[in-house]
Every structure is written in structure tokens, then in C-alpha cells.
Design a protein around this ligand. Structure first.
Ligand code: GLU
Ligand code: ZN
Length: 306
């Protein structure tokens, strides 16, 4: 049975690759799951290039990703958006947040954060709150990050694959960065602003972003944005338990029907053999017709040999 949240008036989904290399099998899964889920609800499916962190961008990889997606048979609606062209939106939102006094300047280095956490017996990686009450000016020329004050309340949401997920931001994450010391808007801030501006209602993406979701919901609530529906699909790992990504030297997707079938089956979709499909359109028609998100395995990761 479909969840009632899916009976909305409209559905707008998206795929948001970072242009840091070719489209590999891991990102094909996120593209396929978000696409099939959108199309099976007669929804729109948008593409966004997450190039906010220009230092990580590989020149022309956006073009390669788009052409691979096209070659695989994906069809997107509307113009492709680029984060690098939305800086005004992030800036406006940052100013808005600064006015709420929920933000503060942080000059801590990674080393200082680690030392402070150890001293206070706080979990490694959790911001110990050092600068929270120092009221350092946000406008000094001194280099600083901007963090958001989190709350100690439990934040919970329902994920359409992983089920109920709860996090205490204060305890498990700490006040998190929305503007980096190197003057880059953070991933959390930019994604929330982008999804709002594109009127995204459903987000289907990899498990690695599950624990970012409470931060994003926290931001949405502060900004009075509607909360999209979420689904986090398992990650594909190789035999060495490494996520299939640029780091593990995952290969570029070849777009054969057999690769598409492999991806669909990884997503639990019991797809017929590749030879049963005359062409890619035939495959997509099948997948969209029979797509069932309830079949996607409720797991963090699964091994795949590609
Ligand atoms: N650009 C992000 C990534 O490639 C995905 C962003 C998102 O889906 O929220 O990991
Ligand atoms: Zn600090």
C-alpha cells in the first residue's frame, strides 16, 4: 500500500549530482530511484548540478553527467539548474538567518574543536559550542565560519525506505556550519534553499545523506519552508566495502540495458532479464509502471560487483 503522503496534488522530485567526475553506478541508483518514483506518481523530475564547492568541481563533468543520463534514457523537466548561479538566494537566506540571532561566528579550527571536545568529553565530530555565546561580530574581516544554534529537542521524520529516523541535533551534531570559513555556503544551506526554490516535494537520494536530513529539516523549520518527503536508498559498495564513487575509482556507467536492469534489481524491483526488453524506452516504461518504493531494501548498503 502506498503511503498517504504520496496522495498529494503534485509531485516534484529531483536528482542533484555533484560535478566531481563521471556518473558512476552509485549515482545511477539515486538518479533511477528518484526518477522512477517521480514518474510513477506522474510527477516532475528536475536536474540540479550541485557545484557550490567550486574547488571540487571537475571541469566539464557536468556535461558528461548530463550526456550519460540522456544516453541512459532519462528525460528531465525544465532547465537544469546550477548552484553556482543561485548565490543570491543563499546570501539572502543567510542574512535572514543572521537576523534571527540563531547564527554565530565561529573561529575554531578543526584542531581546537577536537581538543575542546576531548576536554569536555563530547563525541568526536560534535561541535562543542565554544563560540556560541561569544557574540563575535559576523561582519569583521576576520575569517570565520557561521554556525547555526541547534536545539536539544529530538527531531524525527519518516523515511519512505528507512522508516522513522530520529536525531538530537545538539547532542549528535552540535551547532552546524551554514557558511564556511573559506566563504562557501554549506551543502546543508544550499540544498535546503534550492529544494525550496524549485518547489521540490519529494527527495530520493543515497543513505549517506540520511544523517544530514535532520539538519535540513531544522533549517526548513527556521525558514518556514514546507518539509519534503524523504527516501534514502542503500549505497552500493564494492567487495572491499568501499562506496562506489570517484574515490573508489568506480567506472563510468555504460548505459546498457543490462546495467539498468542491474540497478533496478539492486533497488529491489524484480526486473525481468535485459534480453526481455527491446530497447531502453521499453525498460523505463516497465520500471515506471511497476516501481514500488516499498521493495527498496531497508539497508545502509549492499555489495555489488560491477
Ligand atoms: N549533491 C549531493 C551529492 O552528490 C546530493 C544532494 C542531495 O541529494 O541532497 O551527494
Ligand atoms: Zn567556534
Amino acid at each position: 500500500m502506498k503511503n498517504t503522503n504520496f496522495d498529494q496534488k503534485y509531485y516534484r522530485g529531483r536528482f542533484a549530482p555533484s560535478p566531481t567526475g563521471e556518473l558512476h553506478f552509485g549515482s545511477l541508483l539515486a538518479a533511477m530511484a528518484s526518477y522512477a518514483d517521480a514518474r510513477s506518481h506522474n510527477g516532475h523530475w528536475l536536474l540540479r548540478i550541485d557545484d557550490i564547492d567550486q574547488a571540487r568541481v571537475v571541469v566539464n563533468s557536468d556535461k558528461h553527467i548530463l550526456s550519460t543520463l540522456e544516453h541512459c534514457g532519462f528525460q528531465w523537466d525544465e532547465n537544469v539548474t546550477y548552484q553556482s548561479q543561485c548565490l543570491n538566494n543563499y546570501q539572502d537566506t543567510l542574512l535572514k538567518l543572521n537576523r534571527t540571532e540563531q547564527t554565530f561566528a565561529c573561529t575554531c579550527s578543526r584542531k581546537q574543536i577536537k581538543e575542546q571536545s576531548e576536554q569536555l568529553g563530547i563525541k568526536n565530530g560534535v561541535y562543542p559550542g565554544t563560540c556560541r555565546n561569544h557574540h563575535k561580530s559576523l561582519t569583521t574581516s576576520q575569517e570565520h565560519a557561521i554556525r547555526l544554534k541547534t536545539s536539544g529537542d529530538k527531531l524525527s521524520f519518516f523515511d519512505h525506505v528507512q522508516g522513522q529516523y530520529t536525531q538530537n541535533l545538539q547532542k549528535e551534531v552540535g551547532d552546524f556550519i551554514i557558511y564556511r570559513r573559506d566563504k562557501v555556503f554549506s551543502y546543508q544551506l544550499s540544498v535546503v534553499v534550492d529544494d525550496f526554490h524549485s518547489d521540490i516535494t519529494h527527495i530520493v537520494r543515497g543513505f549517506d545523506l540520511l544523517d544530514s536530513t535532520p539538519k535540513q529539516i531544522f533549517l526548513q523549520r527556521l525558514l518556514n519552508y514546507p518539509q519534503p518527503d524523504y527516501a534514502h536508498i542503500p549505497l552500493a559498495v564494492n567487495q572491499n566495502d568501499l562506496k562506489l564513487s570517484k574515490l573508489s575509482h568506480a567506472q563510468k556507467v555504460d548505459c546498457n540495458i543490462s546495467t539498468l536492469v542491474l540497478a533496478a534489481n539492486f533497488l529491489g524491483q524484480k526486473c525481468p532479464d535485459a534480453k526481455e526488453f527491446d530497447n531502453k524506452d521499453d525498460f523505463w516504461q516497465y520500471l515506471v509502471t511497476y516501481w514500488d518504493i516499498n521493495r527498496v531494501p531497508k539497508m545502509e548498503k549492499q555489495m555489488i560487483l560491477v
